[in-house]
Write a protein of this length. Structure first.
Length: 298
């Protein structure tokens, strides 16, 4: 009987310590995430410019978004187009991680070089790439001209602007490379050695052993990449200001303009909740489909 009482006291003590340790995170989540989300949900049912009195409009904001707002569909299409290039970034990061996983002279230096763009401030990154994409004296056009090719329009044309921003995004895959590199270094070498003894070639060893073992890291990068791609903002705001001809008017940029330039917080909150629903639906679909093919050792 005494043992049962002591065991129950230990369980209660462990629970108290658990809630004590997570209290800072829990308080922060409630104050900085949960409550603002609930407030924005209420605001999405109102018309409010942050100055005059709040006007309750019910579902009018959502109805207007879906029926009377062509820029909603334009921005959503541009954002999905951007997100469709996500596999390129994942493949490129995985390619670099495989190169940096090899034992060779200067590997540490190359790893540092790959990661440096990640820690460069966003504004500095945009200033650098704006200069590189400059039509008249940009570095990329100077290189093209030096080999006898004509200057490229880069950010000034609807046809090339998205391609230019994709190039810019590939420059900052260092964080993804680090995660893939950690996953590659965690692969059990005995499995690869056993495959070599059985006569497996490079293709079989990589696609039948290495790739399945690092599939949790790939899946994590895919989920985080989708969430991040659908919330892209910096490139559209700092690099192109949504142009040319709204070809880079990303969804979050449009939401930002509605909220802080047109002061329509109710409408912007409605846009935010629509995006939240889209991200949640896509994430669930990915978990139900691709998630089932991920290999977990346990």
């Amino acid at each position: 009987m005494n043992d049962i009482v002591i065991k129950n006291k230990n369980i209660i003590s462990i629970r108290k310590n658990f809630y004590l340790f997570i209290a800072p995170w829990l308080i922060g989540f409630i104050l900085l995430n949960a409550i603002p989300m609930l407030i924005s949900l209420v605001m999405s049912l109102t018309k409010w410019d942050m100055i005059t009195e709040v006007e309750w409009v019910g579902l009018k904001n959502f109805i207007d978004i879906f029926t009377n707002d062509p820029l909603f569909y334009k921005s959503l299409g541009v954002t999905f187009l951007w997100a469709s290039f996500l596999p390129i970034g994942i493949i490129f990061a995985l390619f670099l991680a495989n190169l940096l996983n090899r034992k060779m002279i200067g590997t540490t230096i190359f790893r540092t070089i790959v990661y440096i763009p990640v820690i460069v401030p966003a504004v500095a990154n945009c200033l650098l790439w704006n200069w590189m994409f400059n039509i008249e004296n940009g570095l990329l056009n100077m290189i093209l001209n030096s080999v006898g090719l004509s200057s490229y329009t880069w950010l000034m044309s609807e046809k090339s602007v998205m391609f230019s921003l994709i190039i810019m995004s590939l420059w900052q895959v260092g964080a993804n490379v680090v995660i893939f590199l950690a996953a590659l270094q965690g692969v059990d070498k005995t499995l690869i050695e056993a495959a070599e003894i059985d006569g497996a070639g490079m293709y079989v060893k990589y696609f039948r052993i290495t790739l399945p073992l690092i599939s949790p890291a790939i899946f994590f990068q895919l989920i985080m990449g989708i969430i991040g791609a659908l919330q892209v903002f910096m490139q559209g705001q700092l690099m192109t200001d949504g142009g040319p001809n709204k070809s880079t008017l990303f969804y979050i940029l449009y939401l930002y303009r509605k909220a802080f330039e047109q002061n329509d917080m109710g409408y912007a909150s409605g846009l935010a909740w629509i995006l939240f629903a889209i991200i949640m639906i896509i994430t669930i679909i990915v978990f139900k489909t691709i998630g089932k093919k991920v290999y977990y050792e346990n």
